[in-house]
Design a protein around this ligand. Structure first.
Ligand code: GLU
Length: 372
């Protein structure tokens, strides 16, 4: 193995259920072993890798056909309880062949709401990397249900790459990337690069999904754009292609869609905030003057004087969304007022900002509406 400087210091790699399970739902050991080999080589060359692997629910499917008495949600929990163990055993066995330790990190959407939990998770993964233990992350599917779930593991992989300050996120799926039509159809072409200004690509993508995974192309696309806007290069590629990870890292010209990282980098708190929109407790409407100030080049806090309306009940420290006069969601932040006090002071000139600049996120030039 080479000992030259690695291309990336730290990357996240997301492996979809459709890549590592066979049509009958059992684990595709051969494919997993190829992915493990690539990750092992990368790690030995000095790149820190955080793996986000789906496949728990799919892997459990072959073993226990849930009884008719069990409802769909509980059946999924049972499958995950069995499948996650099988998934991790495969990974541990296969990484062991390269003299590597792999460890499991199970998380929930709730863990990203609380900044203390968020930092605990970061410290845990950092400690694993420090001790040469390869972190393998999945949602804790046994306790995450309905609205408390991630949209899919693409969303989770985005959150993890942002949390861990990865330079790049590789999402391995069963297609080569984002196409201008349905993959495989006449005239449908692979989009090789998407940057901050390419608004075009979104309109080609169908919201349909296939196979065992939870997410579809549309969620992959919006998630990848959001992560790229934070300064992380995102690649969507075909996990069934041999050497796909190595080729991407070496920047070989292989079929994939590259979401080019934006130049702007957000601070830790702002990154956490930008992923917290689903936890918002309320909203404020602001006037045009305040909007111009917030969108301008200069760092500005949101003051009470610019607020024209308050919605919902929130406490000081809660996250609230910010809407302009036209009703467009332009950002969010952590408030320093509760809703009652804010209501009483609408339009007033007070010294304490409603949201301090350090706790404020304004969506990229007001173009990217961050998806819930
Ligand atoms: N966490 C789920 C699993 O491991 C996968 C979710 C997804 O398909 O993105 O089975």
């Amino acid at each position: 193995m080479k000992n030259s400087k690695p291309e990336f210091n730290r990357i996240a790699i997301k492996v979809g259920s459709n890549v590592i399970t066979l049509p009958d739902g059992s684990l595709n050991s051969w494919r997993i072993s190829r992915i493990v080999q690539e990750v092992a080589i990368l790690s030995k060359q000095g790149t820190e890798v955080v793996l986000i692997s789906s496949g728990a629910v799919a892997a459990g499917r072959g073993d226990v056909p849930p009884s008719n008495k069990t409802n769909v949600i509980a059946a999924r929990q049972v499958l995950a309880a069995i499948g996650q163990v099988k998934l991790m055993s495969s990974y541990q066995f296969l990484f062991g062949k390269y003299g590597m330790q792999a460890g499991q990190v199970l998380t929930t959407k709730e863990s990203f709401r609380d900044r203390r939990h968020y930092l605990n998770m970061k410290n845990c993964i950092l400690a694993m990397l420090e001790n040469n233990v390869l972190p393998i992350v999945n949602e804790n599917d046994t306790i995450s249900i309905n609205e408390l779930m991630f949209t899919d593991n693409d969303e989770l992989s985005g959150l993890i790459s942002s949390l861990m300050d990865c330079q790049s996120l590789i999402i391995l799926s069963n297609v080569d990337g984002i196409y201008t039509g349905a993959p495989g159809c006449d005239g449908s072409e692979l989009i090789k690069e998407i940057n901050e200004d390419s608004d075009e690509a979104g309109k080609y993508i169908s919201s349909s999904k296939s196979g065992f995974g939870r997410g579809g192309m549309l969620t992959k696309y919006s998630n990848a754009r959001k992560i790229a806007s934070e300064g992380i290069d995102v690649f969507i590629a075909n996990g069934n292609r041999d050497s796909v990870i190595t080729d991407i890292v070496k920047r070989k010209d292989i079929p994939c869609t590259h979401f080019i990282a934006s130049e702007s980098r957000r601070t830790g708190v702002k990154k956490w905030l930008s992923h917290s929109e689903t936890f918002a407790k309320g909203a404020v409407r602001i006037n045009e003057g305040a909007k111009v100030a917030l969108l301008g080049e200069k760092a500005s806090s949101l003051l009470m004087i610019g607020i024209t309306g308050i919605e919902g009940f929130f406490k000081s420290g809660d996250i609230v969304r910010i809407f302009d006069e036209k009703g467009e969601n332009i950002g969010l932040g952590k408030t320093q007022y509760d809703s009652k006090k804010a209501e009483l002071n609408i339009g007033q000139k007070l010294s304490k900002p409603f949201i301090h600049y350090d706790y404020l996120v304004i969506y990229e030039k007001n173009k990217t509406s961050i998806q819930a």
